[in-house]
Design a protein around this ligand. Sequence first.
Ligand code: 3HC
Length: 283
Amino acid sequence: MEIRRIGVVGLGAMGAGIAQLGIEAGYAVVGREISADLGERARERIAHFLERKVEKDQLAAEEREDALARLTLTTDLSALADCDLVIEAIVEDLGAKLELFRELERIVRPEAILATNTSALSVTEIAAATSTPERVVGMHFFNPAPLMPLVEIVRAELSAEEAVETAYGVAERMGKRPIRCHDTPGFVVNRILIPLLNDCIRALDEARVTPEVLDTAMTAGAGWPMGPCTLVDLVGIDVHVHASEALYEKLREPRMAPPPRIVAMRNAGLLGRKSGRGFYRYD
Ligand code: 3HC
């Protein structure tokens, strides 16, 4: 199936990154946010990163302009009616996603594909909100989406082969390295990364080290590109706690459960980079 127009619902860090990948790959992208202000913020973020690419000779100025011209913003979900693929990147709340997929099913054409960028929720459960679960797949991008090559293309229980292959092809055209996997808790990467990051956070107290020291240990000793505390701050403390809880609920493995230290941070509003403070402070 040929994809020309992509809808992205939710233009936070992940959604804005996905929209950026879409316009850079030549797709028309309709980005939907709940307020015009939030939409504009995402456009500015995308424009900034594309400008940096121009400054570094990775993109021609004209290509940047063309890409930005392919981005349309809306607050109205019905503006996604003509999309061939809609990628959902809203808050990690099952109820909110179920409601959105129910609405999307009413709005977009029956042959359009509906994808979720969920980190740890079940794609099958999200698909069950619709009467056409065969067109629902997972497209799980990694943070920061424009930089991380992997996209997990998640096959839910009732996903049609064509929907899976079309989503895979879109990820490839975005310059990504997609993999296909089944809809198991955490898919491939988060099944491994979430408990590992939780171990890292527990090691802070067990080994009585600071976040700086732990980050040095894992970058200098294990070759990680960024330390675990920097990474959790980037992903978002709230997103990490939610993913841990969702995996713990499904798998009942103690290592999946979020350590009390990070739950307390989430409750105190220390959400990482996006709130200006997490393990570290940000200006
Ligand atoms: N969006 C778009 N462009 C961005 C960006 C973003 N969020 N962040 C940076 N860039 C651009 C910038 O223009 C930057 O150049 P500039 O600083 O000159 O303006 C350019 O990309 C290069 O950025 P960096 O110099 O910071 O790139 P690095 O070489 O340092 O690599 C990294 C950055 C790729 C993030 C690397 O540190 C890394 O691989 N970190 C690990 C990240 C990771 O593990 N992510 C997965 C998290 S788990 C997850 O997402 C799952 C989810 O379900 C929770």
